[in-house]
Design a protein around this ligand. Structure first.
Ligand SMILES: NC(=O)c1ccc[n+]([C@@H]2O[C@H](COP(=O)([O-])OP(=O)(O)OC[C@H]3O[C@@H](n4cnc5c(N)ncnc54)[C@H](OP(=O)(O)O)[C@@H]3O)[C@@H](O)[C@H]2O)c1
Length: 247
């Protein structure tokens, strides 16, 4: 395992670390020598991952987290801050993608996407920003999507949340001279994203495209690791990482 100096080892909080891109990012950043703090609802998954990272010589801990609740996100951040003394990086990664046509009016799933993908990202920012502003340093990494750059049928609401994450990130970047803001926008990536909710036909189509095209979650984790590893005066604002064969 790479041993970083005291200055390049960071305290990194990752939301949605129980599977897919968040899990791969936890593994990658722990292997890079950072202390990772993992949050999600499936704590059994998080505990197993923390055990694997410890066994490999890395530093990690976890806490139950529901990003739709500001109280839960604040408790996640405060616990890490109290225990470790600071928060260097927040990776706002938790997300859901129940696909359907707008005229199917699956309003509960629209609200779930807004609550997790957009409000969850805002909650993360609200919880870490006061700490980062008072230190005059920090890094917020928001996981958006190629769906934040183009709209496709059955993905209108999902795309709306990801476009919003891009807008929010750019606004925060413009207001910040001390905090780095990065958007990482993955294309089709192996994960559990298409496993839950949505119109069965739309989800099956997304699953089929993903099976054919998807890149490993470690490819996206590598992009996040790259942005974090840059010197403090270098702010990588956006990375799009998609399969070569994706249109
Ligand atoms: N896979 C792709 O092709 C792709 C492409 C572009 C963008 N993305 C984005 O990448 C991010 C990660 O998704 P993924 O592909 O890795 O899918 P995934 O395997 O389904 O992971 C999603 C993660 O989000 C967590 N999550 C969901 N609701 C949550 C909540 N209320 N509170 C806390 N955590 C919650 C899940 O954990 P629990 O269920 O345990 O809470 C899980 O750890 C998402 O923002 C997604 O939109 C993915």
């Amino acid at each position: 395992m790479h041993s970083p100096s005291a200055t390049d080892s960071k305290i990194v909080l990752i939301t949605g670390a129980s599977s897919g891109i968040g899990e791969a990012t936890a593994r990658r950043l722990a292997a890079d020598g950072h202390h990772v703090v993992l949050g999600a609802r499936r704590v059994d998954r998080l505990a197993a991952l923390v055990g694997e990272i410890h066994a490999a010589g890395g530093r990690a801990d976890h806490r139950e987290l529901d990003v739709t609740s500001l109280d839960s996100v604040r408790a996640f951040v405060e616990a890490a801050h109290d225990r470790l003394g600071r928060v260097d990086v927040l990776v706002n990664n938790a997300g859901v993608m129940p696909l359907s046509r707008v005229d199917a009016l699956r309003v509960d799933e629209w609200n779930q996407m807004i609550d997790v993908n957009l409000r969850g990202t805002l909650h993360g920012i609200a919880a870490v920003l006061p700490h980062m502003r008072s230190r005059g340093a920090g890094h917020i990494v928001n996981v958006a999507s190629t769906s934040g750059h183009r709209v496709d049928p059955t993905a209108a609401v999902y795309c709306a949340t990801k476009y919003a994450v891009l807008a929010l990130s750019e606004g925060l970047r413009q207001e910040s001279r001390d905090i780095r803001v990065t958007v990482v926008s993955p294309g089709f990536t192996h994960s559990e994203l298409t496993d839950r909710g949505g119109d069965p036909e739309a989800q099956a189509a997304a699953r089929a495209a993903s099976l054919q095209l998807a890149i490993p979650a470690s490819a996206v984790a590598g992009a996040i690791g790259y942005a974090i590893a840059q010197p403090g005066d270098v702010d990588v604002n956006e990375l799009i990482v998609r399969p070569t064969a994706q249109g």
